[in-house]
Design a protein around this ligand. Structure first.
Ligand SMILES: [Zn+2]
Length: 479
């Protein structure tokens, strides 16, 4: 196995940075758990000195858990995505040290409670950030295990609308829809045919990540595995919402619309990046006028129904789902164009011969944000159906030369999997294509190719696309 084969997206799993982060987080957790629990044996002794009741002793033990640790874990996981893991771990250790000092100097039970609450605050702060760090640093099965243990990690947090996303759907779930994202607060469910809802809480099967982009806010919906983990974007402007791509199924499209509806602004446009069904099949659920490159419009208008039907037939999870109706595209976008809406510039560029022959990218140049769609993936097996390995790598390099600091891919979470800054995504995608080209050249058939890719990238999602990919890669094989 080569080093490229074992490379995760962005930063190699064995990098010194990853090892340091893992060791530091593990050490912080060890110190805090030992420090929090070891003194329990001493409470009886202290009780004898200060003369408090057995009930007070029980409260001393339980109060920090109920009052600080449990609510803190819910809050600080989100905070660590915004403020950074290191700041929260260090803050937690500092709070714990304050608690220890209060313990040492305590002359009555009031100070003992103050000490315990300060320790609880330290544990909550550092545990939320440390477990997130451990999960970020781990790989394969270890990472999956940590993700299941870890509740408060959030892929995104929006300061403006105070949205927190619970239980992100980035587990490697080969069978699809086990995970669910929960949006709280500012995403009240208002769409009558939308996802499950109740008392201001919108529950969706996909995953939502919020990216601030200057005067705009990008709410990215990452579909579950049965939606091929494709990204649809809800771009929130001052007075309106613009959509970029519609998911594979009507159910997921309704979730995107519910998300857009919760912003209480009209959806005025739907841009479609390319003619793969995970990016246009849900368009019929959207009422706003739609836009795509002229060539992409032609493909969808002429063969959209066939593409949807093939995509559903070749991938799992759709055998009992009615095919969505193909919606022809309303307007053509020139290959290089710019549109200003609510004072926000949207720049469109065509990318040729990458994942597909023609696709649209959208940039918000004033905020340094590029939505690359399927030129780039994150933590998801790239769709190789058009096997343009070399030209796709070249297209990635051309995109890398553009001056954007924040890059949002077409599949997989916009952040995470070692992509804190987003720039590492270019190298990671080129490496995947290099490995995949070799795997395709050496594979004896579709099943062998699947096995090789899964062995090379064991933590990646997107295996649901393999059937459709092999339909194109092995046209003469019976799949
Ligand atoms: Zn796609």
């Amino acid at each position: 196995m080569t080093s490229a084969v074992t490379t995760a997206v962005g930063v190699p799993r064995s990098s010194p940075l990853a090892r340091r982060a893992f060791s530091g987080a593990a050490a912080a957790l060890f110190v805090l758990f030992m420090g929090n629990n070891l003194p329990s044996a001493l409470y009886g002794l202290v009780r004898g000195i200060l003369g408090f009741s057995p009930l007070t002793q029980t409260l001393l033990y339980a109060a920090p858990v109920i009052l600080v640790i449990l609510p803190g874990l819910l809050i600080f996981g989100t905070l660590s995505d915004v403020a950074g893991r290191r700041a929260l771990v260090l803050g937690g250790l500092a709070a714990f040290a304050v608690g220890d000092a209060a313990f040492m100097l305590a002359g009555d039970t009031t100070w003992l409670f103050v000490a315990r609450l300060a320790q609880g605050l330290g544990v909550a702060l550092a545990t939320a950030a440390s477990t997130a760090t451990l999960s970020d640093s781990a790989s394969g099965a270890r990472r999956d295990l940590l993700r299941q243990l870890r509740r408060p990690r959030r892929p995104g947090h929006c300061r403006r609308c105070a949205v927190a996303v619970d239980r992100p759907g980035d587990r490697d779930d080969r069978r699809g829809d086990r995970y669910r994202g929960r949006l709280r607060g500012a995403y009240p469910a208002r769409h009558p045919a939308g996802p499950d809802s109740g008392r201001g809480v919108l529950v969706v099967q996909g995953n939502v990540t919020v990216t601030p982009a200057g005067a705009a806010t990008i709410h990215t919906y990452t579909a579950p595995e049965t939606g091929w983990r494709a990204n649809s974007h809800v771009i929130e402007l001052a007075s309106q919402v613009v959509l970029f791509d519609a998911p594979l199924t009507e159910a997921y499209a309704r979730e995107v619309l519910a998300l857009a509806g919760s912003l209480r602004k009209p959806v005025t446009r739907l841009y479609i990046s390319h003619a793969h069904p995970d990016h246009f099949a849900g368009a019929a659920a959207v009422g706003a006028p739609s836009y795509a490159l002229g060539h992409v419009k032609d493909l969808i208008d002429r063969s959209g129904d066939v593409r949807i039907k093939r995509g559903y037939a070749c991938t799992p999870g759709h055998s009992h789902t009615p095919l969505p109706r193909n919606r022809p595209v309303d307007h053509a976008v020139p290959p290089s164009a710019e549109q200003t809406l609510d004072g926000v510039r949207l720049r469109f560029e065509a990318v040729a011969d990458a994942e597909t022959d023609a696709q649209l990218t959208m940039a918000l140049p004033d905020a340094g944000v590029l939505i690359s769609q399927d030129v780039l993936y994150n933590g998801v097996h790239m769709f190789l159906g058009e096997h343009a390995f070399d030209s796709w790598r070249a297209a990635i390099t051309r995109l890398e030369a553009l001056p954007y600091e924040t890059v949002i891919p077409g599949h997989g979470l916009p952040r995470g999997n070692w992509l804190p800054s987003g720039r590492g995504i270019f190298t990671a995608n080129r490496e995947y294509l290099t490995v995949a080209a070799r795997a395709f050249a050496e594979a004896t058939g579709p099943a062998d190719l699947n096995r090789r890719l899964e062995a090379a990238f064991p933590s990646y999602g997107g295996t649901a696309m393999q059937g459709l990919q092999n339909f194109y890669l092995y046209p003469s094989a019976s799949l």
